[in-house]
Design a protein around this ligand. Structure first.
Ligand SMILES: [Mn+2]
Length: 361
Protein backbone atom coordinates (compact mmCIF):
# COMPACT_ATOMS: atom_id res chain seq x y z
CA UNK A 1 0.00 0.00 0.00
CA UNK A 2 1.27 3.39 -0.98
CA UNK A 3 0.34 6.87 0.13
CA UNK A 4 0.08 8.99 -2.96
CA UNK A 5 0.98 12.60 -2.46
CA UNK A 6 0.49 13.37 -6.09
CA UNK A 7 -0.02 10.88 -8.85
CA UNK A 8 1.23 12.27 -12.12
CA UNK A 9 0.31 9.40 -14.37
CA UNK A 10 -1.61 6.20 -14.21
CA UNK A 11 -1.33 3.97 -17.21
CA UNK A 12 -3.16 0.70 -17.69
CA UNK A 13 -1.05 -1.99 -19.30
CA UNK A 14 -1.84 -5.62 -20.03
CA UNK A 15 0.02 -6.62 -16.92
CA UNK A 16 -1.60 -4.14 -14.57
CA UNK A 17 -1.48 -0.50 -13.70
CA UNK A 18 1.76 1.40 -14.03
CA UNK A 19 1.84 4.46 -11.84
CA UNK A 20 4.26 7.26 -11.18
CA UNK A 21 3.86 9.48 -8.18
CA UNK A 22 5.77 11.81 -5.94
CA UNK A 23 6.58 11.18 -2.29
CA UNK A 24 8.60 13.86 -0.48
CA UNK A 25 9.76 15.31 -3.78
CA UNK A 26 11.03 11.97 -5.03
CA UNK A 27 9.49 10.30 -8.07
CA UNK A 28 8.50 6.69 -7.46
CA UNK A 29 6.99 4.24 -9.86
CA UNK A 30 5.84 0.66 -10.01
CA UNK A 31 3.40 -1.81 -11.46
CA UNK A 32 0.22 -3.03 -9.83
CA UNK A 33 0.26 -0.18 -7.39
CA UNK A 34 -2.49 -0.12 -4.79
CA UNK A 35 -3.33 3.33 -3.59
CA UNK A 36 -4.71 3.98 -0.12
CA UNK A 37 -5.71 7.58 -0.72
CA UNK A 38 -8.08 8.25 -3.55
CA UNK A 39 -5.74 9.31 -6.35
CA UNK A 40 -6.53 12.11 -8.75
CA UNK A 41 -6.43 10.50 -12.15
CA UNK A 42 -7.18 13.69 -14.04
CA UNK A 43 -4.30 14.39 -16.35
CA UNK A 44 -2.51 17.39 -14.93
CA UNK A 45 0.06 19.42 -16.75
CA UNK A 46 3.42 18.16 -15.56
CA UNK A 47 5.56 20.84 -13.96
CA UNK A 48 8.49 22.22 -15.98
CA UNK A 49 11.38 19.76 -16.07
CA UNK A 50 14.80 20.95 -14.90
CA UNK A 51 17.81 19.59 -16.74
CA UNK A 52 20.83 18.40 -14.78
CA UNK A 53 24.13 20.26 -15.19
CA UNK A 54 25.64 17.11 -16.77
CA UNK A 55 23.04 17.19 -19.53
CA UNK A 56 23.40 20.95 -20.07
CA UNK A 57 27.18 20.49 -20.44
CA UNK A 58 26.58 18.17 -23.43
CA UNK A 59 24.56 20.79 -25.34
CA UNK A 60 27.28 23.40 -25.74
CA UNK A 61 28.38 25.16 -28.92
CA UNK A 62 30.93 24.01 -31.53
CA UNK A 63 31.12 20.26 -30.87
CA UNK A 64 31.72 17.52 -33.42
CA UNK A 65 29.04 14.87 -33.88
CA UNK A 66 28.36 11.54 -35.52
CA UNK A 67 24.74 10.90 -36.43
CA UNK A 68 22.51 7.92 -37.10
CA UNK A 69 21.72 7.41 -40.79
CA UNK A 70 17.90 7.55 -40.55
CA UNK A 71 15.47 10.50 -40.66
CA UNK A 72 15.65 10.78 -36.86
CA UNK A 73 19.44 11.17 -36.83
CA UNK A 74 19.35 13.53 -39.81
CA UNK A 75 16.74 15.86 -38.26
CA UNK A 76 18.50 15.81 -34.87
CA UNK A 77 21.84 16.49 -36.59
CA UNK A 78 20.32 19.44 -38.47
CA UNK A 79 19.04 21.06 -35.27
CA UNK A 80 22.40 20.61 -33.54
CA UNK A 81 24.33 21.83 -36.59
CA UNK A 82 22.19 24.97 -36.92
CA UNK A 83 21.46 25.96 -33.32
CA UNK A 84 24.71 24.83 -31.64
CA UNK A 85 27.07 25.02 -34.60
CA UNK A 86 27.95 21.32 -34.26
CA UNK A 87 30.02 19.88 -37.07
CA UNK A 88 28.73 16.60 -38.53
CA UNK A 89 31.94 14.56 -38.94
CA UNK A 90 30.44 11.14 -39.48
CA UNK A 91 27.50 8.81 -39.75
CA UNK A 92 26.76 5.46 -38.21
CA UNK A 93 24.29 2.64 -38.49
CA UNK A 94 24.16 0.21 -35.57
CA UNK A 95 21.13 -2.05 -35.72
CA UNK A 96 22.68 -5.36 -34.74
CA UNK A 97 23.28 -6.24 -38.41
CA UNK A 98 26.45 -7.82 -39.80
CA UNK A 99 27.20 -4.67 -41.78
CA UNK A 100 26.84 -2.16 -38.92
CA UNK A 101 29.24 0.63 -39.76
CA UNK A 102 30.75 3.96 -38.79
CA UNK A 103 31.70 6.40 -41.57
CA UNK A 104 34.01 9.32 -40.84
CA UNK A 105 35.14 12.35 -42.80
CA UNK A 106 38.58 11.85 -41.22
CA UNK A 107 39.69 8.45 -39.99
CA UNK A 108 42.13 10.03 -37.53
CA UNK A 109 39.34 11.73 -35.61
CA UNK A 110 39.41 11.13 -31.88
CA UNK A 111 35.96 9.68 -31.17
CA UNK A 112 36.21 11.01 -27.62
CA UNK A 113 35.86 14.52 -29.13
CA UNK A 114 32.56 13.61 -30.82
CA UNK A 115 28.97 13.32 -29.62
CA UNK A 116 27.08 10.28 -30.94
CA UNK A 117 23.57 11.42 -31.88
CA UNK A 118 20.69 8.93 -32.02
CA UNK A 119 23.27 6.16 -31.44
CA UNK A 120 23.24 4.22 -28.17
CA UNK A 121 27.03 4.01 -27.80
CA UNK A 122 27.71 2.38 -24.44
CA UNK A 123 31.44 3.00 -24.00
CA UNK A 124 32.11 5.19 -20.95
CA UNK A 125 33.82 8.40 -21.96
CA UNK A 126 31.94 8.70 -25.26
CA UNK A 127 29.36 11.48 -25.34
CA UNK A 128 25.87 10.42 -26.46
CA UNK A 129 22.46 11.98 -27.15
CA UNK A 130 20.05 9.12 -27.72
CA UNK A 131 16.71 7.58 -26.85
CA UNK A 132 17.15 3.95 -27.92
CA UNK A 133 19.13 2.84 -24.89
CA UNK A 134 17.23 1.48 -21.88
CA UNK A 135 19.20 0.57 -18.75
CA UNK A 136 18.90 -3.04 -17.70
CA UNK A 137 18.31 -2.12 -14.05
CA UNK A 138 18.80 0.69 -11.54
CA UNK A 139 22.54 -0.06 -11.27
CA UNK A 140 22.83 0.50 -15.03
CA UNK A 141 20.95 3.82 -14.68
CA UNK A 142 23.48 4.93 -12.06
CA UNK A 143 26.42 3.81 -14.23
CA UNK A 144 24.99 5.72 -17.22
CA UNK A 145 24.48 8.87 -15.15
CA UNK A 146 27.96 8.54 -13.63
CA UNK A 147 29.45 8.80 -17.12
CA UNK A 148 28.16 12.39 -17.06
CA UNK A 149 28.32 12.75 -20.83
CA UNK A 150 25.19 10.99 -22.04
CA UNK A 151 21.65 12.35 -22.42
CA UNK A 152 18.73 9.94 -22.70
CA UNK A 153 15.06 10.37 -21.68
CA UNK A 154 14.74 6.77 -20.42
CA UNK A 155 17.63 7.33 -18.05
CA UNK A 156 16.28 10.73 -17.00
CA UNK A 157 13.01 9.08 -15.92
CA UNK A 158 14.83 5.97 -14.70
CA UNK A 159 12.84 3.61 -16.89
CA UNK A 160 14.63 0.27 -16.73
CA UNK A 161 14.34 -3.00 -18.61
CA UNK A 162 14.11 -5.09 -15.49
CA UNK A 163 13.06 -4.14 -11.99
CA UNK A 164 12.93 -6.30 -8.90
CA UNK A 165 9.32 -6.90 -7.92
CA UNK A 166 7.97 -5.14 -10.98
CA UNK A 167 9.30 -7.22 -13.85
CA UNK A 168 9.74 -5.64 -17.24
CA UNK A 169 9.28 -1.94 -17.74
CA UNK A 170 10.21 -1.93 -21.40
CA UNK A 171 6.65 -1.01 -22.42
CA UNK A 172 7.10 2.25 -20.48
CA UNK A 173 10.15 3.33 -22.51
CA UNK A 174 10.33 6.66 -24.35
CA UNK A 175 8.44 5.98 -27.61
CA UNK A 176 9.52 8.90 -29.85
CA UNK A 177 12.64 10.00 -31.73
CA UNK A 178 15.92 11.51 -30.61
CA UNK A 179 15.06 14.63 -32.67
CA UNK A 180 11.99 15.31 -30.52
CA UNK A 181 14.07 15.00 -27.36
CA UNK A 182 16.77 17.27 -28.84
CA UNK A 183 14.16 19.89 -29.83
CA UNK A 184 12.69 19.87 -26.32
CA UNK A 185 16.12 20.11 -24.66
CA UNK A 186 17.21 23.00 -26.90
CA UNK A 187 13.96 24.81 -26.11
CA UNK A 188 14.35 24.08 -22.41
CA UNK A 189 17.81 25.67 -22.47
CA UNK A 190 16.60 28.70 -24.45
CA UNK A 191 18.90 27.78 -27.36
CA UNK A 192 15.81 27.50 -29.56
CA UNK A 193 13.68 30.50 -28.63
CA UNK A 194 10.46 32.12 -29.79
CA UNK A 195 12.13 33.38 -32.98
CA UNK A 196 12.21 29.83 -34.43
CA UNK A 197 8.74 28.64 -35.32
CA UNK A 198 8.02 25.30 -36.92
CA UNK A 199 4.82 25.45 -38.98
CA UNK A 200 3.38 21.94 -38.48
CA UNK A 201 0.68 22.45 -41.14
CA UNK A 202 3.10 23.48 -43.90
CA UNK A 203 2.45 21.33 -46.97
CA UNK A 204 5.32 19.13 -48.15
CA UNK A 205 3.96 17.37 -51.23
CA UNK A 206 1.08 15.15 -50.11
CA UNK A 207 1.74 15.44 -46.36
CA UNK A 208 2.47 18.12 -43.77
CA UNK A 209 5.73 19.15 -42.12
CA UNK A 210 4.47 17.66 -38.83
CA UNK A 211 4.19 14.26 -40.54
CA UNK A 212 7.81 14.42 -41.68
CA UNK A 213 8.98 15.32 -38.16
CA UNK A 214 6.73 12.62 -36.65
CA UNK A 215 8.17 9.99 -39.01
CA UNK A 216 11.36 9.94 -36.92
CA UNK A 217 11.04 6.67 -34.97
CA UNK A 218 7.31 6.56 -35.76
CA UNK A 219 5.56 8.96 -33.38
CA UNK A 220 2.19 8.28 -35.02
CA UNK A 221 2.52 4.49 -35.44
CA UNK A 222 3.66 4.14 -31.83
CA UNK A 223 0.88 6.37 -30.51
CA UNK A 224 -1.71 4.27 -32.34
CA UNK A 225 -0.22 1.10 -30.84
CA UNK A 226 0.85 2.27 -27.36
CA UNK A 227 -1.51 5.19 -26.82
CA UNK A 228 -1.30 5.61 -23.04
CA UNK A 229 2.47 5.42 -22.85
CA UNK A 230 2.82 7.82 -25.79
CA UNK A 231 0.42 10.38 -24.31
CA UNK A 232 2.30 10.24 -21.03
CA UNK A 233 5.66 10.82 -22.76
CA UNK A 234 4.12 13.57 -24.94
CA UNK A 235 3.14 15.35 -21.70
CA UNK A 236 6.69 14.86 -20.43
CA UNK A 237 8.21 16.28 -23.63
CA UNK A 238 5.85 19.27 -23.45
CA UNK A 239 6.93 19.84 -19.83
CA UNK A 240 10.56 19.68 -20.97
CA UNK A 241 10.37 21.75 -24.15
CA UNK A 242 8.93 25.02 -25.41
CA UNK A 243 6.40 26.26 -27.96
CA UNK A 244 7.45 24.03 -30.90
CA UNK A 245 7.46 20.86 -28.79
CA UNK A 246 4.06 21.79 -27.39
CA UNK A 247 2.58 22.53 -30.82
CA UNK A 248 3.85 19.25 -32.30
CA UNK A 249 2.98 16.93 -29.44
CA UNK A 250 -0.44 18.43 -28.88
CA UNK A 251 -1.12 17.48 -32.51
CA UNK A 252 0.36 13.99 -32.00
CA UNK A 253 -1.88 13.41 -28.96
CA UNK A 254 -5.02 14.58 -30.72
CA UNK A 255 -4.55 13.45 -34.31
CA UNK A 256 -2.63 10.18 -34.15
CA UNK A 257 -5.47 8.18 -35.66
CA UNK A 258 -5.98 10.53 -38.63
CA UNK A 259 -2.28 10.82 -39.40
CA UNK A 260 -1.64 7.11 -40.04
CA UNK A 261 -1.95 7.54 -43.81
CA UNK A 262 0.41 10.52 -43.81
CA UNK A 263 3.03 8.43 -42.00
CA UNK A 264 2.89 5.92 -44.85
CA UNK A 265 3.17 8.75 -47.41
CA UNK A 266 6.31 10.13 -45.73
CA UNK A 267 7.86 6.65 -45.77
CA UNK A 268 7.11 6.30 -49.48
CA UNK A 269 8.70 9.69 -50.17
CA UNK A 270 11.87 8.77 -48.25
CA UNK A 271 12.15 5.53 -50.23
CA UNK A 272 11.63 7.46 -53.45
CA UNK A 273 14.61 9.60 -52.40
CA UNK A 274 16.78 6.46 -52.32
CA UNK A 275 16.46 5.38 -48.70
CA UNK A 276 16.55 1.66 -48.08
CA UNK A 277 13.62 1.77 -45.68
CA UNK A 278 10.62 3.94 -44.87
CA UNK A 279 12.44 5.24 -41.77
CA UNK A 280 14.82 7.24 -43.97
CA UNK A 281 17.78 4.91 -43.35
CA UNK A 282 20.37 6.00 -45.93
CA UNK A 283 23.45 3.90 -45.12
CA UNK A 284 23.16 2.27 -48.57
CA UNK A 285 23.75 5.69 -50.16
CA UNK A 286 26.94 6.05 -48.08
CA UNK A 287 28.01 2.51 -49.02
CA UNK A 288 27.58 3.11 -52.75
CA UNK A 289 29.10 6.59 -52.35
CA UNK A 290 26.10 7.98 -54.22
CA UNK A 291 26.69 11.56 -53.19
CA UNK A 292 24.13 13.02 -55.61
CA UNK A 293 21.33 10.99 -54.06
CA UNK A 294 22.59 11.68 -50.54
CA UNK A 295 22.67 15.38 -51.35
CA UNK A 296 19.14 15.30 -52.79
CA UNK A 297 17.86 13.53 -49.67
CA UNK A 298 19.54 15.95 -47.26
CA UNK A 299 18.32 18.91 -49.34
CA UNK A 300 14.74 17.67 -49.28
CA UNK A 301 14.76 17.48 -45.48
CA UNK A 302 16.57 20.83 -45.16
CA UNK A 303 14.13 22.62 -47.48
CA UNK A 304 11.18 21.20 -45.56
CA UNK A 305 12.63 22.36 -42.22
CA UNK A 306 13.97 25.63 -43.68
CA UNK A 307 17.33 24.88 -42.07
CA UNK A 308 20.77 24.41 -43.68
CA UNK A 309 21.33 20.87 -45.02
CA UNK A 310 23.80 18.39 -43.57
CA UNK A 311 27.17 18.32 -45.35
CA UNK A 312 27.76 15.72 -48.06
CA UNK A 313 31.52 15.35 -47.59
CA UNK A 314 33.30 12.19 -48.66
CA UNK A 315 33.22 9.70 -45.77
CA UNK A 316 35.12 6.44 -45.26
CA UNK A 317 33.90 3.36 -43.37
CA UNK A 318 36.10 2.34 -40.45
CA UNK A 319 35.34 -1.32 -41.23
CA UNK A 320 35.71 -2.48 -37.65
CA UNK A 321 32.12 -2.92 -36.46
CA UNK A 322 29.94 -6.03 -36.51
CA UNK A 323 26.39 -6.27 -35.22
CA UNK A 324 24.67 -9.23 -33.61
CA UNK A 325 21.45 -10.01 -31.79
CA UNK A 326 20.74 -12.07 -28.69
CA UNK A 327 17.89 -12.81 -26.29
CA UNK A 328 17.23 -10.62 -23.26
CA UNK A 329 17.93 -13.20 -20.56
CA UNK A 330 19.90 -11.61 -17.70
CA UNK A 331 23.06 -13.57 -18.56
CA UNK A 332 23.01 -12.56 -22.24
CA UNK A 333 22.49 -8.91 -21.40
CA UNK A 334 25.26 -8.99 -18.79
CA UNK A 335 27.65 -10.59 -21.26
CA UNK A 336 27.01 -7.76 -23.72
CA UNK A 337 27.19 -5.05 -21.03
CA UNK A 338 30.47 -6.31 -19.57
CA UNK A 339 32.32 -7.14 -22.80
CA UNK A 340 35.10 -4.64 -23.41
CA UNK A 341 34.57 -4.79 -27.17
CA UNK A 342 30.88 -3.76 -27.02
CA UNK A 343 30.39 -0.49 -28.89
CA UNK A 344 26.63 -0.08 -28.74
CA UNK A 345 23.51 -1.96 -27.63
CA UNK A 346 19.75 -1.48 -27.37
CA UNK A 347 16.67 -3.61 -26.86
CA UNK A 348 14.76 -4.15 -30.07
CA UNK A 349 11.83 -5.68 -28.21
CA UNK A 350 11.17 -7.27 -24.84
CA UNK A 351 12.79 -10.43 -26.13
CA UNK A 352 15.63 -9.21 -28.31
CA UNK A 353 18.80 -7.20 -27.70
CA UNK A 354 20.77 -5.84 -30.64
CA UNK A 355 24.43 -4.98 -30.15
CA UNK A 356 27.50 -3.94 -32.10
CA UNK A 357 31.08 -5.05 -31.37
CA UNK A 358 34.38 -3.48 -32.32
CA UNK A 359 36.75 -5.83 -34.10
CA UNK A 360 40.49 -5.67 -33.46
CA UNK A 361 42.46 -3.46 -35.82
MN1 LIG B 1 16.17 7.24 -33.33
Amino acid sequence: MVDCVFLSTEIKYDRGIFAEWVVDGEVKMCYNVKVRKQPDFRRKRMSKIKLSDDIKKIFVKNRKCIINTDIDGILAGMFLQHFLNWEVVGFSSCSGAKNDELWLTDKNLDLKDCVFVDLPVSIPGYAVVDQHFVSYDKAAVDAYKADGNKANPNVMRERVFWKKGAGGEYTAKYPFGTVHFVLAVLENMGIIDSSYKINPAKKIGDFELADLIFRADRVIGNTVQYTDNCKDWADWLIALGGHNTEALFTIAKKEYAERKTAETKVGAKLKELGCKRADGECSDLLRTKDRNKTEAYFKFVADAMELPPLPVEPVEPIGRLAGERTDTAKKSVENVMRASDTFSYAYVSQRQLSYTKIKEK
